[in-house]
Design a binder for this molecule. Sequence first.
Ligand code: NAP
Length: 296
Amino acid sequence: MKLGFLGLGVMGQPMARNLLRAGHEVTVWNRSRERAEALAGEGARVAGSPAEAAEGAEVLITMVADDRAVEEVVLGEALGALSPGAVHVAMSTISVALSRRLAQAHVAAGQQYVAAPVFGRPDAAAAAQLWIVAAGPSEALERCRPIFAALGQGTFELGADAPVAHLVKLAGNFLIISMMEALGEAFALVRKAGLEPGAFLETMNRALFKSPLYERYGKLIVEERYEPAGFRLRLGLKDVRLALQAAEELAVPMPLASLIRDHLLAAVARGQGELDWSALARVVAEQAGLEVPAAG
Ligand code: NAP
């Protein structure tokens, strides 16, 4: 299939590579061109602009950072160059409101829109092991299935109303960051009592949760290994904000999300926005008067 791919960050680059490996014809664009050039040797065509990547594409995939970036590259540029009948697949984690605007804009342009955000970190992206949450018109979803098969281990199709997929992604990320808040608080408690947090984590994983997420994020926090970031804390803050925006629109109080937003903001205020988002646990440890390694 002829694909355009915009946004080659820690997620986008391995995703575009997997699409090339699956035999698709991929034209890539990235704001800093070096990351696009890195894929040229693997068969990608490098575009000079988002519009150039969109021209002639049957499916245009976006994996840029946030709402602003998607607005700039799609609404500002690519949409006008995308052929009628082509599909835009928005795989970044963006607001429900922007996802809705994109759906309307593509319909107005005679194009199709699929929202397909992903769960999984850069190593899962590299191993084509992402979980994809997709929604959009059924014919467009069907056209996207070979793309999803090249990127992930499974897709959850949520129906025709595309923005729902972004709501589900935001709710899922809220669960993950809430788990980290809870882990951070429990670790601070046991550390303050002089216990070893690694042994505590092992006990909890065997006795209570048996969850790869608890195990994996728990280990990052126990080992205080926040660099290099798999998912930057600054982007995690973006997602909690977006969950709160959606919650406000639907009149759903989310007091835990509000608390976590402030903890993440405290980390950003201390210059830790580029650390992994599990560094939320540092803020909690510092509040307990525990020593944390220098960072940021
Ligand atoms: P990243 O490594 O920070 O990459 C961000 C990408 O967005 C880069 O290609 C960057 O271009 C581009 N970008 C940022 N602002 C832009 C703008 N104004 N105009 C054009 N391009 C812009 O982030 P990432 O971790 O790959 O995340 C990408 C998306 O996936 C985000 O929505 C994130 O929430 C979501 N996500 C991430 C993970 C994860 O574990 N990392 C997991 C699931 C979903 P430059 O290279 O020029 O900076």
